[in-house]
Ligand binder design. Structure first.
Ligand code: AMP
Length: 393
């Protein structure tokens, strides 16, 4: 697959699809990690004297009100600071204002187009990969570089659409993401430990099916552990259970009894909120009115034993309801354990990535992926549409 390094960018209008989908509240960016992650590719293009046109989505746009909340202007300001250069922001996704701004660009200029999903108010043109929209955006540049791993599992006009009509390659971040995931799928260092948590088993079935024969251990925490525990015949009280997935869990536990490691103790609450009374108990002691909301200290000790021995660790899904302080300890202490291990340590994106970064462990992992869904689909062995189109050209 071609990368940005395979093109002569000098004086060319280079459209780069970045992932600036960052959390913003009242115009304040709460976490600028994704903007920082895109800097390598942007500065590479600046040094190569390209005219750089950036495209990104932000949030979901279903109403005119959503447009106000998901305006990319604050991102443009932050990017300006990080690059130490003015970023030309065009508050339009198409039209003469945008075209004139592009026509006036000089080499090394950086221009950011307004949120691509503003086009979703127009029959979901962006998210449904409307061909005319992809063709129009492609007409604004000479070369297309996709550096947005977070949306690579979706066929949108701003990734698949543009790539259909322009010479295309991937950016440095996307290249780094793919290089990180390849050894997990094809040549894992051993012992290879997969840690899964989060809410739903259903979302992780594809990954489990594709990786279970490749991993040495599968440690399961978070809400999804209770479906496995129930499948093994235990009473899990009022904990989250994904009933549809129980038979899948039973089959898996029967086939891999020594590979799948489940929690032995939990922190319970009567409700998933910060005021609830909590209790630490062994799994077999969960009361009917209690919910398991975090893994307990003994589980962490057990998990640690498997992790100490590991050479490759992939983690997706928090160990508890980490958004509530009382139930964030399991996730934090797991970060602590992994941070001390000499192994290749990779965190899948989404909730786990923001938990790890917010808890202060950003530099303690080998790689924190910028893609949640995309990382999982890659690990399911699926082809990502935004990459397939680039490969096919
Ligand atoms: P996922 O998107 O499947 O990775 O799930 C992430 C969500 O799982 C987070 O919002 C957590 O609050 C939630 N979660 C983690 N542990 C539990 C638990 N024991 N019970 C209910 N929800 C949980």
């Amino acid at each position: 697959m071609k990368t940005i390094k395979d093109f002569d960018l000098k004086n060319k209008k280079v459209i780069i699809r970045v992932d600036f989908n960052v959390p913003i509240e009242d115009g304040i960016i709460l976490d600028d990690n994704r903007i920082k992650e895109s800097l390598d590719t942007i500065t590479y293009a600046i040094k190569a004297e390209a005219k750089i046109i950036l495209l990104s989505h932000l949030g979901r746009i279903k109403t005119e009100e959503d447009k106000i909340k998901n305006d990319l202007k604050p991102v443009s300001n932050r990017l300006s600071q990080l690059l130490n250069q003015e970023v030309i922001f065009v508050d339009e996704t198409r039209g003469s204002k945008l075209e004139t701004a592009i026509a006036n660009m000089q080499p090394t200029d950086v221009l950011l187009i307004q949120n691509t999903r503003y086009e979703d108010l127009n029959n979901k043109a962006e998210s449904n990969n409307d061909q005319n929209l992809g063709k129009y955006w492609a007409s604004l540049g000479d070369i297309f570089i996709n550096d947005a791993f977070g949306t690579a599992h979706r066929a949108h006009a701003s990734n698949v659409g543009i790539a259909t009509y322009l010479p295309s390659g991937i950016g440095l971040l996307l290249e780094r993401e793919l290089k990180t995931f390849e050894p997990l799928l094809y040549n894992p260092k051993r012992p290879f430990t997969l840690i899964l948590g989060g809410a739903k088993v259903k979302d992780k079935i594809g990954v489990i099916e594709n990786l279970i024969d490749k991993v040495d251990y599968l440690l399961i925490g978070g809400g999804m552990a209770f479906t496995f525990l129930k499948a093994s015949g235990l009473n899990v009280g009022s904990s989250l259970v994904d009933n549809e997935s129980i038979s899948f869990c039973q089959k898996l536990l029967n086939k891999y009894p020594n590979k799948i490691i489940l929690p032995i103790d939990v922190i319970t609450g009567l409700e998933a909120n910060s005021k609830t009374v909590t209790r630490t108990c062994f799994i077999s002691d969960i009361l009917n009115n209690e919910l398991g909301l975090d893994i307990g200290p003994n589980t962490l000790k057990v998990f640690k034993q498997y992790l100490l021995d590991s050479k490759l660790i992939f983690w997706n899904g928090p160990m508890g309801v980490f958004e509530i302080d009382k139930f964030s300890r399991g996730t934090k202490l797991l970060c602590d354990i992994i941070a001390q291990i000499e192994a290749v340590t990779i965190v899948g994106g989404g909730d786990t990535a923001s938990a790890v970064i917010n808890m202060g462990y950003k530099d303690k992992f080998t790689h924190i992926s910028t893609g949640g869904g995309a990382a999982l689909e890659l690990l399911e062995g699926k082809k990502l549409p935004a990459l397939e189109v680039i490969e096919s050209r």
